[in-house]
Design a protein around this ligand. Structure first.
Ligand code: FES
Length: 71
């Protein structure tokens, strides 16, 4: 992480919550960069997939329910 990224992280207030058998919820303002290097800003609540079944990774699309994800 470079100095600019350190400062960005230092100014963010975030809260992370693991939902049983579901996604990882991140509350706060985020900059999300996908595997192809594309970035987007997210605010309020962002749900990240933990089950691996989402068709919209890295985000949860509700597929954990039909996948029977436990964890
Ligand atoms: S956790 Fe919801 S689709 Fe993976």
């Amino acid at each position: 992480m470079n100095d600019k990224e350190d400062k960005e992280v230092a100014t963010l207030e975030t809260k992370v919550e693991v939902l049983e058998n579901g996604p990882l919820l991140v509350y706060g303002t985020l900059k999300v960069t996908d595997k192809d290097g594309n970035s987007e800003n997210k605010s309020k609540t962002t749900a990240f997939c933990r089950c691996g079944a989402s068709g919209n990774k890295p985000y949860c699309d509700g597929s954990h329910i039909s996948a029977g994800f436990e964890g």
